[in-house]
Write a protein that binds this ligand. Structure first.
Ligand code: ADP
Ligand code: MG
Ligand code: MG
Length: 247
């Protein structure tokens, strides 16, 4: 589904990614761990097509297509979802308006018809219910005044409604209490643990990986994947730290 070859990327002419290789197949959940400043968020932004990040070398294909050649909107329409470490607030736009606009833009780009208001209401209700979000919150401006935990739940509601093929979730577990962590982890499993979907889960903590069990764990250090393994690698990292591996 996703194939990254020798990816080099810079921000403001500063090299951040320095020859990163990674392959993700449908049905797989990959955890990306690694020290602060390693380039984990940069990887997410480069894959999402955020402005300001320049790819200087390497290739990325998504379902066989050149991802780097696609605009951010085309990437979303192709089924890529990016969950941010710090979800943005959008004053003046309600959650439901925002989601309906995003969903319909995605459908139009795929050549599908827009979803009817009734169907959209049913879909958003079902997803909000599953994440323990009230319809009152769905009608409030996107993330404005939401607590950290509510923003992360809302991100899962967005993911449930947009129903992506590949989700890249950057520190979705940061700032969550134990109960919210469970809700978010269960949400990732329910929405994304499917044979035709895949997840890149960027996280610092084993506790999310106890709920969302990764098929592979990678250590990203100084702009490259320096070690890969199974779920047991996360336990080893928690025990021993990055020092020995990332040095
Ligand atoms: P991680 O998510 O692994 O903690 P990041 O991808 O956020 O790491 O950052 C990687 C490096 O890129 C860091 O050294 C950071 O300071 C640098 N960086 C991130 N954004 C910018 C920017 N806008 N301008 C310059 N340097 C940046
Ligand atoms: Mg960081
Ligand atoms: Mg980061």
């Amino acid at each position: 589904m996703l194939k990254i070859d020798n990816l080099h990327a810079t921000i403001a002419d500063k090299p951040i990614l320095k020859g990163l290789d990674l392959s993700v197949n449908a049905g797989e959940i990959h955890a990306i761990m690694g020290p602060n400043g390693a380039g984990k968020s940069t990887l997410g932004y480069v894959l999402g097509g955020r402005a300001g990040y320049e790819v200087t070398e390497g290739a990325v294909t998504f379902d066989g297509k050149d991802l780097l050649d696609m605009g951010a909107d085309e990437r979303a329409a192709a089924g890529l979802f990016l969950g941010f470490q710090y979800p943005v607030e959008i004053p003046g736009v309600s959650n439901v308006q925002f989601l309906r606009t995003a969903l319909n833009a995605q459908r139009r780009a795929r050549g599908d018809e827009e979803m009817s208001a009734g169907d959209f209401l049913r879909l958003s209700r079902a997803q909000a219910d599953a994440l323990g979000m009230s319809m009152d919150m769905m009608k409030r401006p996107v993330n404005v005044g939401f607590s950290g935990g509510e923003k992360k739940r809302n991100e899962m509601v967005q993911m449930g409604i947009l129903d992506p093929k590949l989700a890249i979730l950057d520190e979705t577990d940061s700032g969550l209490d134990i109960d919210a962590l469970r809700v978010v982890g269960d949400g990732i499993n329910r929405i994304m643990r499917k044979p035709d979907k895949a997840v890149l889960l960027i996280t610092h903590y084993q506790r999310l990986l106890e709920i969302v069990e990764p098929d592979f764990v990678h250590v990203l250090a100084a702009g490259r994947i320096v070690r890969s393994g199974g779920a047991e690698l996360a336990l080893e990292l928690e025990r021993e730290g990055y020092g020995a591996i990332a040095a």
